[in-house]
Design a binder for this molecule. Structure first.
Ligand SMILES: [Zn+2]
Length: 73
């Protein structure tokens, strides 16, 4: 079974090993999270760092599971 990644529209095999499903990768998952948080498409490589404050740099590296409060600061 295959589904389309909501972020990049690539086909993704829907299998238990894919911990990022329905996304194709962790990157796409983070992008989607970023969109609901900021309601904009800011996470596109370098523009991500340019448009957001420096303290959000870690976001693209390793997103803590319960970091929603971060965006309310
Ligand atoms: Zn994707």
């Amino acid at each position: 079974m295959k589904v389309k990644c909501p972020t990049c529209q690539n086909e993704v095999e829907w299998k238990p090993e894919n911990k990022y499903k329905p996304f194709c990768s962790e990157r796409c998952r983070l992008i989607d999270l970023g969109e609901w948080a900021s309601e904009s498409h800011v996470i596109k490589g370098e523009s991500f760092n340019q448009q957001l404050t420096p303290q959000i740099d870690e976001f693209s590296e390793d997103l803590p599971p319960a970091d929603e409060d971060f965006f309310k600061h």
